[in-house]
Design a protein around this ligand. Structure first.
Ligand SMILES: *Cc1c(COP(=O)(O)O)cnc(C)c1O
Length: 469
């Protein structure tokens, strides 16, 4: 059984949820031996980001820009109009964004972090603090690069990997309120990340977003969404929040959008595109200064960092990503991976998130202290054993502090991110098998030390050495 539907009250609905598409062109996978992989990862300084992707069999490094586009999106690529200014592709893109997020100013960028960089340059700076449920790594880096502080205020349940809670991405409203009461003058915006990527791909409820909005109104602070996985978040709201079960996902998205003063977005996630992003906002003056920054680094305001064809691919992707058949399959397929791992005794963050399954490396490798990077050790082992590329989300990614010290991250996780519409059930069954095998001999895995790291975002380029013993 591929995707077993857990709960459905209507009669005569098939229990198997199938991929709502068939395969149109294929990309061959290159098989490698374990010896070949051990050599490749050693040559890469034990950094999975430094591998050539040809030596990766199943690439779960990220769901960002790695999905398959639809035939209609490829048609959009052909339709793309490359006029420098005012291209029809731009107008289709702007209309598709505003159909879901009716914000007056839409500023295209080449990807999400470019939108973050522009916004933070405009509103950040020393002495400022940006609260978020949990900052994603590039968001945190862009806040800190301006001298501002990035503050994570997710609910305590969101930090307990074993705890079941329908909306583990929720903001801790009491702490946010206390913080705003004291520091409101220093807060240029409150951010909410939907779904909460660094916290396990967990959703935020509509009720919680309304609570954040109320606090932002009370303290007159703008509310921004880091909206990369808005459609997956809206699907969880539909499935889990009272009174939402019969609603169209697009309407739930519009409810979310109505609460926000602005958003940053990576179209490489729920844009179903391979590149792209945007910044959208209400405030005319802030939009004008962001457009000035856009022209310096990205391009003219009707294309940002993108080709016209990319704008068309995103416009079509935004229509497809809110379709229920797609989202039902998407969320179920991630759940299938997570449940398979749980059945095999591999500890994972619960409940299973939308775009990824997060292995709890700290609990699987209790003999590897956080500063010897248990998540990293597990990720390298998965690659060596089965050619699976995953991503450490833990002390390697978040351990280095702005003051130069190092401390354990809140969690040491390994993310298996599922690219959209890309892998089939047998690929996922293989992943479950490899993870189960590695988990069985987890007591043999050893930690790592970092032998070289850059000043910021060290996980991308650091080099490691295995510790012996
Ligand atoms: C991917 C991501 C970003 C950054 O987007 P890029 O397109 O990779 O630059 C920001 N926030 C979250 C939550 C993300 O998942």
């Amino acid at each position: 059984m591929w995707f077993l539907l857990a709960s459905d009250t209507e009669a005569m609905i098939p229990r198997t949820i199938i991929e709502p598409f068939r395969i149109h062109s294929v990309e061959p996978l290159r098989m490698t031996s374990e010896a070949e992989r051990r050599e490749a990862i050693a040559a890469a300084g034990y950094n999975l980001f430094s591998l050539r992707s040809e030596v990766v069999l199943i690439d779960l490094l990220t769901d960002s820009g790695t999905g398959a586009m639809s035939s209609e999106q490829w048609a959009g690529i052909q339709r793309g109009d490359e006029a420098y200014a005012g291209s029809p592709s731009w107008y289709r893109f702007e209309a598709a964004v505003q159909e879901l997020f009716p914000l007056p100013h839409v500023i295209p960028t080449h990807q999400g972090r470019a939108a973050e960089k522009i916004l933070m340059t405009a509103i950040g700076g020393p002495g400022k603090v940006v609260p978020n449920n949990t900052h994603f790594d590039t968001t945190r880096a862009n806040v800190e690069a301006t001298g501002a502080e990035a503050l994570d205020l997710v609910i305590p349940e969101g930090l307990d990997p074993a705890l079941e809670h329908p909306f583990k991405g929720n903001m801790d409203l009491a702490r946010l309120e206390r913080f705003l009461r004291e520091r409101r003058e220093d807060v240029p915006a409150v951010f909410v990340t939907i779904t909460n990527n660094s916290g396990g791909g967990q959703p935020v409820s509509l009720e919680n977003l309304r609570g954040v909005r109320e606090l932002c109104d009370r303290y007159t602070v703008p509310l921004f969404l880091d909206a990369c996985r808005f459609a997956e978040n809206a699907w969880f709201i539909r499935e889990r929040e009272r009174g939402q079960a019969e609603r169209e996902v697009a309407d739930i998205v519009r409810d979310i959008a109505a609460l926000a003063d602005g958003m940053t977005m990576s179209a490489k996630k729920d844009g179903l595109a391979n590149i792209g992003g945007w910044l959208a906002l209400r405030d005319d003056e802030l939009a004008a200064s962001c457009r000035n920054l856009l022209i310096l680094t990205e391009g003219f305001p009707t294309y940002g960092g993108l080709a016209g064809r990319d704008l068309d691919a995103i416009a079509q992707g935004l229509k497809e990503v809110v379709q229920h058949d797609y989202l039902r399959y998407r969320i179920r397929s991630t759940g299938y991976l997570g449940e398979g791992l749980l059945r095999s005794g591999v500890p994972v963050v619960k409940p299973i998130g939308g775009h990824a399954v997060y292995l709890d490396a700290r609990s699987l490798l209790p003999h590897v202290p956080p500063l010897q990077y248990p998540g990293h050790a597990l990720a390298v082992a998965l690659y060596e054993a089965g050619g699976i590329r995953s991503c450490e989300i833990g002390t390697v990614m978040f351990g280095r502090q702005p003051d130069g010290s190092e401390r354990p991250a809140a969690l040491d996780l390994v993310r298996l991110a599922v690219p959209r519409r890309t892998y089939t059930q047998s690929h996922i069954d293989y992943v479950i098998e490899v993870c189960a095998e590695v988990a069985k001999r987890s007591s043999e895995l050893r930690g790592y030390r970092i032998v070289h790291e850059p000043l910021a975002l060290r996980h991308f380029t650091a080099r490691f050495e295995p510790l012996s013993g």
